[in-house]
Design a protein around this ligand. Structure first.
Ligand SMILES: *[C@@H]1O[C@H](CO)[C@@H](O)[C@H](O)[C@H]1NC(C)=O
Ligand SMILES: *[C@@H]1O[C@H](CO)[C@@H](O)[C@H](O)[C@H]1NC(C)=O
Length: 255
């Protein structure tokens, strides 16, 4: 009986601890810079005071999306540096060197799920897995060129190919976004169609330019970092544009 009581007390204690999330507080610009630099995507809650509008929802959302590092900041010196003029939930990412602000005061409806959705859409990585949610974020980015790795999840080189192609992303940050499309997922059939590919043709690498709405495929064969880099560079130098683009698919889709 006594043992049971002790056990249940322990359980209660650890639960209470889990619930209380303590986020780091950024006290000056150098601490903020270090934090932003520490991961591909980070979140900062710029709240003048704890408990301000959206504060509770921010903490709840951060707790749900555990994979993204988050911090709080109410130092005006840091606010000025990142052009924050009122309470703001901000996401910083390296892939396109972008800062996106969500202003609780300007939202019609503010709840935890909305903030979680904001985090999920804006979670654009050096190499981002394509799905219905990330597609929204990808197409909102100022970077309009997508380098696409189309591969079947579970195939031999799947994660190796992701690493090889993703390794190039920092080099092209702000110029190109790297996207991984799983050819095994039925939901991605339209994306494959867009490149006139079938699951059996994979792995392949393509490039989509939203500005001109054109796309190209790198030739079949080994997908090495070097080949993909040459492919990317040929787009930036304008050489690729002289080559034949992927044949127009019958049905136009978003990607
Ligand atoms: C910035 O704040 C951190 C704590 O957040 C502190 O360790 C550091 O010394 C401060 N740096 C400067 C330049 O004030
Ligand atoms: C997959 O890996 C094998 C063995 O390393 C290699 O020969 C092959 O070219 C790779 N496939 C691609 C598409 O890079």
């Amino acid at each position: 009986m006594l043992l049971l009581l002790v056990v249940s007390l322990l359980v209660t204690c650890s639960r209470a601890e889990d619930k209380e999330i303590t986020l780091p507080r950024l006290m000056n610009i150098s601490a903020a810079e270090t934090f932003i630099d520490s991961a591909e995507v980070v979140i900062i809650g710029f709240f003048e005071a704890d408990g301000g509008l959206g504060f509770k929802e921010f903490l709840a959302a951060v707790e749900e999306v555990k994979s993204l590092p988050a911090a709080l900041c109410n130092e005006k010196e840091v606010w000025a540096k990142y052009s924050i003029d009122s309470d703001s939930i901000s996401i910083f990412r390296k892939a396109d060197l972008h800062q996106e602000n969500l202003k609780p005061a300007k939202m019609e409806k503010l709840d935890k799920d909305g903030v979680v959705r904001f985090f999920s859409i804006m979670n654009i990585r050096y190499i981002t897995e394509y799905n219905q949610v990330s597609a929204v974020g990808l197409f909102q980015s100022k970077v309009k060129v997508h380098v696409v790795l189309l591969a079947n999840r579970g195939s031999d080189n799947y994660s190796e190919l992701k690493d090889r192609v993703g390794a190039l992303a920092p080099h092209y940050a702000g110029k190109m976004l790297f996207v991984q499309i799983n050819g095994k997922d039925q939901a991605n059939a339209r994306a494959l169609d867009y490149f006139n590919l079938k699951s059996g043709d994979l792995p392949r690498v393509g490039l989509y330019d939203a500005e001109s709405d054109k796309s190209w495929l790198m030739g079949p064969g080994e997908i090495s970092t070097e080949r993909v880099q040459n492919f990317c560079d040929s787009f930036l130098s304008g050489e690729l544009q002289k080559e034949k683009e992927t044949a127009e698919p019958e049905v136009k889709s978003e990607l």
